[in-house]
Design a binder for this molecule. Structure first.
Ligand code: KIV
Ligand code: NA
Length: 270
């Protein structure tokens, strides 16, 4: 059995070869991604990407644990980090620790991630002191969409820029081993990456970061939507539509199943 990449190993990659990260929500996809990725993130984006929710607000701890278990069955080598969903960690460091411990023990994953406004520093410190590897997530924080009025890039005003830098410093000082930086301009991503001692993993945050993450279904083109920061490496929506159209036609004209897909008679009666 191959050894899994550890949180300290990811931490030690600061300033080195870029860290390759994608989201995963199920076992077969995790198996395909694992050989190419350093880190697989069981993101709460699963609520939108797989369950059809409009935001990540409705994602539950049980959903995250179920998807975390599936990803752990498929991934052999990458570090698996599971997102803590909205409502499972904000109330107190104790609440966060209890729910993080459930995620770690019930999935076998090696780390958790929380969206880390500056208020979260106490929580990150509490968990890190108690041996839970924590990833932070700053800048555009999808779980803050209600208060922010939607998904909006961050750091466009001087005050907002300082706020994102404060989030980064607080998250790193509190003991996070890596930080997702989402939806910020290149100069801000560069400043944060230069100032924090842990790797920054960017999404919509330029190549200045120490690594990159994308939602796998976005980069595979499963959806028609393409925010600016997504590069489509495939067009699975079109290819799936074409395949299903062909299948439907062949069922209707009875060319599927053909002899190649039909069992031959193995037994004569009488
Ligand atoms: O939920 C998610 O997929 C994420 C990443 C995109 C960073 O948090
Ligand atoms: Na997330």
């Amino acid at each position: 059995q191959t050894r899994r990449i550890t949180a300290p190993e990811i931490r030690a990659r600061k300033g080195g070869e870029p860290i390759v990260c994608l989201t995963a929500y199920d076992a077969p996809m995790a198996r395909l991604l694992d050989p190419h990725c350093d880190l697989l993130l069981v993101g709460d984006s699963v609520g939108m990407v797989v369950h059809g929710l409009d935001s990540t607000i409705g994602v539950t701890l049980d959903m995250m644990i179920l998807h975390g278990q599936a990803v752990m069955r498929g991934a052999k080598r990458a570090l698996v980090t599971v997102d803590m969903p909205f409502g499972s960690y904000e109330k107190s460091p104790q609440q966060a620790f209890e729910n993080a411990a459930r995620i770690l023990s019930e999935t076998g994953c090696q780390a958790i991630k929380i969206e880390s406004g500056t208020y979260a520093a106490e929580t990150i410190d509490f968990m890190a002191q108690r041996s839970i590897p924590v990833m932070g997530h700053i800048g555009l924080r999808p779980q803050a969409a209600l208060a922010d009025g939607g998904f909006k890039a961050k750091g466009r005003t001087r005050a907002e820029r300082q706020k994102v830098i404060d989030e980064a410093m607080a998250t790193a000082d509190a003991g996070a081993f890596a930080i997702v930086v989402e939806g910020v301009a290149e100069d801000l991503a560069l400043e944060i990456t230069q100032r924090v001692p842990v790797p920054t993993i960017g999404i919509g945050a330029s190549a200045a970061c120490d690594g990159q993450v994308l939602v796998t279904q976005d980069m595979l083109g499963v959806f028609e939507w393409t925010p600016k920061f997504v590069k489509r490496y495939d067009n699975q929506a079109e290819r799936t539509t074409a395949a299903v159209q062909r299948y439907a036609e062949e069922v209707r004209d009875r060319s599927f199943p053909a002899t190649a897909q039909v069992y031959t008679m193995t037994r004569q009666d009488g």
